[in-house]
Design a protein around this ligand. Structure first.
Ligand SMILES: C[S@@+](CC[C@H](N)C(=O)[O-])C[C@H]1O[C@@H](n2cnc3c(N)ncnc32)[C@H](O)[C@@H]1O
Length: 479
């Protein structure tokens, strides 16, 4: 089989990152003697689809293919809600019925745990669905770009396209210099769409320049909207390459006049070449410079650059699941690894004796300290520590008592193997492992199982409907 071959495929499974797994029905045009020995993954397909697909990347045991023609569309499909579906990379599975999104995510976690981790004999609890299928995010990050993605009809119209050099929206997957101009996104609120459109209008009508990664010139970089779910707080954070106080004052006044629901306006100034929506410093132009939101009954301060779970209601379910798994009795010493702004420690603080949080980002530690004050919590100590190194010397130096329960919620890359071996050396009775990447989670859990732990329970929580992202909680106990 080689690149360019056409095959007739029946999609029989759902695999990593939502790709359909295909059974080859017939070779339409291929040089390969026996194409059936390959597994073929097809983007944007679901079990039940029949397609003619063209082979792209070919590896030893598998190939990737793109749909050329649908012969039959699966019954599991639904009409996507968004006009940008298929071009914008945001909601890859909006055309799959939500019940099946959940079913496939659930099956995938089980498969990953069995296949990558070799893990068996654990209780597998059903995935927790998200009550809101749309408008569930409290944060959206848009990009400004000089090259606007042109639609097929625009290209086909053969007319001169006047405003192709100004876009505010989302990057096209895989094309980091092209942005699709979005005027309606169903992930945040209607209000968020109004802010997006007002911001575009304001800067486009004044011909304000957009930062370019090619020559590193231009002003506008990102628009970040953070909207509290449980309070009326609403933050607008505009990321630019330099300061322009006069323009910012004008923007802020016009924005607050048009959209009085806005409670704070911030300018993050990113002097770096890297395309990240985080500034080297920030200036507050309106309001306090932060917002508040609640997870359960606990109130948290969120600044422009702090990590906060992006689906507030599901974060509560996630933390409740972690808490139920731990079965606290009130006397436990708990270590929370990758503790961020201290949201998990503060959430569980009433039910344990003492918590120590380990986190490497200084502003997150600063946020944790503020959150301790707001919630009047006396039994949580945030500690600055880089978990790419052993944290045992830090714990020893501070004379910390050994933990009864350890919670870990690492980034997508999972734990450093040193962290897993630290846990094995410390021997907390229970480990609750939260992850947004079940593949690295299963890999790390295998290390813990080899080091004397038993995997007892697993429960996925759907934080991100219409995407293939999976959040998962696991409970281990020392044998
Ligand atoms: C998925 S977030 C979880 C945060 C928190 N548990 C929550 O629910 O909001 C992962 C956290 O790990 C932190 N982190 C990433 N790499 C780290 C490292 N090497 N050492 C310590 N913390 C790290 C990040 O700053 C982030 O706060």
């Amino acid at each position: 089989m080689k690149k360019g071959d056409l095959l007739e495929l029946e999609i029989t499974g759902y695999a990593f990152e939502g790709k359909g797994v295909a059974k080859i029905i017939k070779e339409v045009h291929s040089q390969e003697e026996d194409p059936k020995k390959f597994v073929v993954f097809v983007n944007g397909t679901y079990p039940g689809d029949k397609v003619i697909a063209q082979i792209g990347k070919v590896r030893k045991s598998y190939a990737e293919a793109r749909v050329k023609e649908f012969l039959y569309k699966s019954e599991l499909r639904t009409e996507p809600k968004c006009n940008y579906f298929g071009t914008c990379g945001g909601c890859q599975q909006q055309d799959l019925l939500y019940d099946y999104q959940l079913k496939f995510k659930e099956e995938q976690v089980k498969d990953i745990f069995e296949r990558i981790g070799g893990l068996k004999n654990f209780v597998y609890l059903p995935i927790q669905r998200c009550n809101k299928e749309y408008y569930y995010r409290n944060k959206l990050e848009f990009s400004f770009e000089r090259k606007r993605w042109l639609t097929e009809s625009e290209i086909a119209s053969m007319q001169e396209i006047k405003d192709k050099d100004f876009a505010l929206g989302f990057h096209i997957p895989g094309l980091y210099d092209k942005v699709i101009d979005i005027d309606e996104c169903f992930l945040q609120s209607e209000l968020s769409n109004r802010i997006l459109n007002f911001t575009r209008f304001f800067f486009k009508s004044r011909s304000i320049s957009i930062y370019s990664t090619q020559n590193h010139e231009g002003f506008l970089r990102n628009l970040v909207i953070r909207q509290s779910e449980k309070t009326n707080d609403l933050m607008i954070n505009l990321v630019t390459s330099e300061e322009n106080e006069r323009l910012f004052i004008e923007f802020t006044e016009a924005l607050v006049y048009q959209i009085p629901e806005v409670t704070t306006v911030i300018n993050n100034v990113n002097l770096k070449k890297a395309q990240v929506a985080v500034g080297d410093y920030e200036k507050v132009y309106f309001g306090p410079g932060y917002i508040h939101d609640y997870i359960g009954k606990r109130k948290f301060r969120i600044s422009a650059n702090s990590f906060f779970q992006t689906n507030t209601s599901q974060a509560e379910k996630l933390y409740n699941t972690a808490q139920e798994f731990a079965q606290f009795m009130g006397e436990e010493i708990v270590y929370d690894l990758y503790s961020g702004a201290g949201t998990i420690p503060i959430f569980i603080s009433e039910n344990v004796k003492q918590i120590y949080g380990f986190e490497s980002v200084e502003p997150a530690i600063a946020d944790a300290r503020v959150n301790i004050e707001i919630n009047n919590v006396k039994n949580f100590t945030p500690i600055l520590a880089d978990l790419n190194k052993s944290f045992l010397p830090v714990a020893e130096k501070l004379l910390l008592p050994k933990p009864d329960v350890l919670i870990a919620d690492p980034p997508r890359s999972g734990m450093n193997p040193k962290t897993a071996s630290d846990i094995i050396n410390l021997k907390p009775e229970k480990v609750v492992y939260i992850s947004c990447n079940p593949a690295t989670q299963a890999r790390d859990i295998k290390l813990l199982v080899d080091g004397g732990y038993q995997l007892l329970k697993v429960c996925p929580v759907d934080m991100f409907p219409h995407t293939y992202h999976i959040e998962n909680v696991a409970l281990l106990r020392i044998k």
